[in-house]
Design a protein around this ligand. Structure first.
Ligand SMILES: C[S@@+](CC[C@H](N)C(=O)[O-])C[C@H]1O[C@@H](n2cnc3c(N)ncnc32)[C@H](O)[C@@H]1O
Length: 281
């Protein structure tokens, strides 16, 4: 289901529906595959989206369904991003984008690719911006979770990602904006390296939320709160030491070599740990 009611004004809503009907009658999904009509993001919301993504000069940003190129251009011109890429299915939008980039003096740092976001590769992104629809976001979701590097930031104007809860929300120009950070994959069994069995994790994962059990210091306890922000994992549980409940906390980084490297914190003591996978779920 499309969700035109989320676009702000009734006039915009009418235009949106008319555009969609025209597209489906004129082209049909198979001939054009256009999933969303062109409606530009207001400049104030563009700025906020880029702030939420915390864009950095070395980031590679993609805008999926890039319209007239305004997010791509603002990322380079106003936020100092060295390279940004727009993908749009509509050749007219691509022509406008190049013209706008020329006018802004950033044409040598941007690329505009005419293509379908469901077919184009954007797996090298550090930041992805989107103004699509919830249905389209949900269809893209498996690729976002599986193809992007953990830590990649996603910002969506107005539309959510189904049951994947955002990591942050904001409002600008009366628009709702959402941020997600692609989580590392941690579901399964983990064990401290070196054959020592004293630290074990049995983890379940629901996007960035982590649950399961932590075995440490000879006790196995349910994880009370567990969360990933990209590759950063924080787990906490309560263990009993000399009859007193104490918080035990694991703060770690999920590495590219599929290890969790970090520290186990108990009271004032901190122990370095490196956990390796014993089983992947
Ligand atoms: C709501 S506009 C957003 C434009 C721009 N990102 C912005 O925020 O100002 C959505 C854009 O997605 C493009 N689009 C729709 N379906 C697409 C698809 N399957 N692949 C690539 N672009 C698509 C449309 O042509 C349109 O320009």
């Amino acid at each position: 289901m499309i969700e035109p009611s989320r676009f702000v004004s009734a006039a915009a809503k009418g235009l949106f529906v008319a555009a969609l009907l025209t597209l489906s009658v004129t082209f049909g999904r198979s001939a054009d595959a256009r999933d969303v009509p062109y409606v530009p993001t207001p400049p104030e919301a563009v700025k906020k989206m880029l702030e939420m993504a915390d864009v950095q000069p070395d980031d590679l940003l993609y805008d999926l369904g890039s319209g007239d190129g305004r997010i791509v251009i603002a990322a380079v011109r106003d936020f100092g991003v060295k390279r940004a890429i727009g993908i749009d299915i509509d050749p007219q939008r691509i022509r406008e984008s190049w013209q706008n980039a020329e006018n802004a003096g950033v044409a040598d740092q941007v690329d505009f690719r005419q293509g379908n976001i469901f077919e184009e590769d954007f797996s090298d992104a550090d930041v992805i911006t989107m103004y699509l629809l919830s249905r389209v976001n949900r269809e893209l979701r498996p690729r976002l979770l599986n193809e992007l590097r953990p830590g990649t930031r996603l910002v969506s104007h107005q539309f959510t990602m189904g049951d994947w809860e955002p990591d942050a929300e904001a409002t600008a120009a009366n628009r709702s904006l959402y941020l997600w950070v692609v989580p590392a994959k941690v579901a399964g069994e983990w064990r401290a390296e070196g054959g020592a069995d004293e630290i074990r994790l049995s983890l379940r994962q629901d996007y960035q939320m982590v649950s399961g059990d932590m075995s440490a210091f000879g006790q196995s306890t349910p994880i009370q709160s567990g969360r990933l922000e990209g590759e950063n994992l924080v787990l906490s549980a309560t263990t009993v030491r000399e009859g007193t409940p104490v918080e035990v906390r694991l703060e770690g980084l999920v590495t590219e070599e599929d290890k969790i490297k970090g520290q186990l914190l108990l009271g004032d003591s901190a122990t370095d740990v490196v956990l390796a996978r014993a089983r992947q779920d």
